[in-house]
Write a protein that binds this ligand. Sequence first.
Ligand code: APR
Length: 236
Amino acid sequence: MAIADSIVVLTGAGISAESGIATFRGPGGLWEGHRVEDVCTPEALARDPLLVHRFYDARRAALAGVEPNAAHRALARLDAEWPGELLIVTQNVDDLHERAGARRLLHMHGELLSALCASCGARRAWRDDLPPGTACVDCGAPALRPDIVFFGEMPYDMDRIDAALARADIFVSIGTSGAVYPAAGFVQTARWHGAQTLEINLEPSGGSHLFDESRMGAAGKLVPAWVDDMLASISP
Ligand code: APR
């Protein structure tokens, strides 16, 4: 393990599961309570803005009741101590990576604690409920919406992610089912550029066969062990 190695880590809902945040797919999953089409598409927002805004208001309010877990904390430790390049790309819209201390982080699907103006495109921190028709602080239009990337919309920071994947020596996917693109395709991009690839997940994901190595188990246990190995590999 050369200390100059560049690492890209992709996280999904599974890394927040042990903090008590429901994943999307699987028993009791978030989408079990709602049809995706009803709450996470531009059409749903246009058809029933109150339902969509309230769905995200409830998830934003729930953040106050959860804490980062050992997996979030381990990635924050890697972020603080890894001398090479590191980028944590999360599909999650919770703030648990930040609260654990991660800095080299981006949210490709948006954030609960942010509001987006559908008129001028401004994104601003938002911690309270966000009723439909709330006026944008920047342009004044009554057009603030949850800053969540809906199905059919372009994820954030794709250029930055693609550049990091092209430079990655190591790509690690944690707690994601590999059901949604473009994130599900990152492992192929990383492999194409010669990265070693590792999957850490409770069960085999849709793309397990694409990884050099798959470790099955809880992120709260396997991620700290992986970070310990990475930091121990830094030659003095
Ligand atoms: N440790 C590790 N993995 C876990 C744990 C855990 N404690 N608990 C669950 N998992 C795994 C599940 O086995 C599953 O493969 O996490 C994965 C969660 O998959 P999804 O619920 O599909 O969540 P995710 O992959 O993040 O979804 C991707 O889809 O709905 C959209 O935009 C939404 O960002 C989301 C995207």
